[in-house]
Design a protein around this ligand. Structure first.
Ligand code: F0G
Length: 458
């Protein structure tokens, strides 16, 4: 058979989407000051802004929701949720939260103090902001290969262990309350981290007495890449690989909105009961009692079921091929696609695709806005608009390492013809790519500026 992939599901419920015309979209974008986060979803035809919480749930998840136990304390649904986390990730202690950033916020606020440092292969925006909000410094140590969009080694998401060790010695382990590793590495084009690198990162943190926390959002996709790219794991099941990955960590923060295939939810997984108790106090103040953490019983049910579905091998095979197919379609349209394609998204190197736009005029955001104008496709910039910030010491502007445009793929939502449509829009746009202008900021908030900033065309 030569078909690129097949969906291992059929469609039972549909949601109509509406096509707008170009003139309408120009007007809409102008009205929201050129920030796609402010465009009403109804005015988007294909929404690839994020894979987070935008998933289609299965019939089993929907039916599990019907038996959700809404008790305040000790709901049956909590124990099912806790069991699923134990089965799949192997953490004995679990605290539910309403989403990933709440898990980060709860954990960090108990451990991280102003002036301290939190290393990671690369922080995602909310993780970065949660560290900064405590007056601490998020530090990124991805391998250099992550910055080169053209080469395709198998594990570009890895931590650079040499750089990490130099840094630990420089600032002193006593100033590093916890160390992280994000799998897959969302800010580095969704690239996976190898098992060897997870093991060695853990060993290094532990050698220096640093608590090791995995940012687990896309752990199942990471496991799939380990299985298919590391011969030593080809014969292991995804479940075995996942358990091994987490066996090296002291805990995790998880956004269930990704690989647990739900619309809302998250958790903290831990091995230390004392730490769980310390965080519990904070959780009760901000999220809710420790057996629901800001979720309803039916949400806990959906996460529990979704965790098992997210590690299904037929599903993961389809997921990776689906994403790779979009990568090919965009490459054929003439965009510089970051190699290799990640698990949850295709990242286009906007710096290379629009070489005439300087970094400080946000080529990624310009390309995103024009994909919207051209065809109603919404994507997100992962570059200097998202990560550019003033260095607190020097006051100088620090720009992102790569100017990327992310086409994130909601799980089980779009079919191949939707992806072909995105490719056609990209092709039409690339025919006049040299006429695309850069953007400048006219207003920005202090933290997480990309969400709310106003922009104008240069
Ligand atoms: N960590 C990573 C690696 C993420 O990608 C995200 C969210 C979070 C933490 C926070 O989780 O949204 O549930 O609070 N990423 C989304 C994205 C928003 O579009 O990539 P959350």
């Amino acid at each position: 058979m030569t078909i690129p992939f097949i969906e291992p599901f059929r469609i039972k419920v549909v949601e109509p989407i509406k096509m707008t015309d170009r003139a309408e979209r120009v007007e809409i974008l102008d009205k929201v000051k050129n920030n796609l986060f402010k465009v009403p979803a109804e005015d988007v035809f294909i929404d690839l802004l994020t894979d987070s919480g935008t998933n289609a749930m299965s019939d089993r998840q929907w039916s599990a929701m019907m038996v959700g136990d809404e008790s305040y304390a000790g709901a049956k649904s909590f124990y099912k949720f806790e069991q699923a986390v134990k089965d799949i990730l192997g953490f004995p202690y679990v605290l539910p939260t309403h989403q990933g950033r709440a898990a980060e916020g709860m954990l960090f606020s108990k451990l991280v103090k102003a002036g301290q440092f939190v290393p990671n292969n690369r922080h995602f925006d909310t993780t970065h902001a949660n560290v900064m909000a405590l007056g601490a410094h998020p530090m990124d140590f991805s391998v250099d290969a992550a910055e080169d969009s053209a080469i395709d080694p198998p594990f570009k998401g890895n931590m650079d262990l040499e750089k990490l060790e130099v840094f630990i010695n420089e600032v002193g382990a006593e100033n590093i309350p916890l160390g992280m590793l994000t799998i897959t590495n969302n800010s580095a084009a969704g690239q996976p981290v190898s098992m060897d690198n997870i093991r060695k990162t853990a060993a290094m943190y532990h050698r220096y007495g640093i608590l090791f926390i995995i940012d687990a959002c896309r752990f199942a996709e990471n496991a799939w890449f380990i299985k298919t790219r590391d011969e030593a794991y080809a014969g292991k099941s995804i479940r075995e690989i996942v358990l091994e990955m987490f066996s090296y960590a002291d805990g995790c923060t998880m956004s269930a909105k990704k690989d647990a295939i739900v619309n809302i939810g998250g958790f903290i997984g831990l091995r230390d009961e004392k730490l769980k108790l310390r965080i519990s106090e904070k959780l009760i103040i901000h999220e809710g009692f420790i057996t629901y953490g800001g979720l309803s019983g039916r949400d806990l049910e959906a996460v529990a079921q979704g965790l098992y579905e997210g590690v299904d091998e037929d599903y993961l095979r389809y997921r990776e091929s689906h994403t790779r197919y979009l990568g090919k379609v965009l490459q054929d349209a003439g965009m510089h696609v970051y190699q290799p394609t990640g698990g949850h998204a295709v990242y286009v190197d906007a710096g290379k695709t629009l070489p005439h736009i300087p970094k400080d005029q946000f080529p990624g955001a310009a390309l995103a806005n024009m994909m919207y104008v051209e065809g109603g496709v919404r994507t997100v910039e992962i570059g200097s608009l998202m990560f550019g910030h003033k260095d607190p010491a020097s006051g100088e502007m620090v720009l992102a390492k790569n100017e990327l445009l992310r086409f994130a793929i909601p799980r089980r939502v779009y079919t191949r013809s939707h992806l072909d449509y995105v490719g056609e829009v990209a092709k039409d746009l690339m025919a006049h790519a040299d006429t695309i202008r850069g953007l400048r900021i006219t207003w920005e908030p202090e933290l997480l500026r990309h969400f709310l900033a106003d922009l104008e065309w240069v």
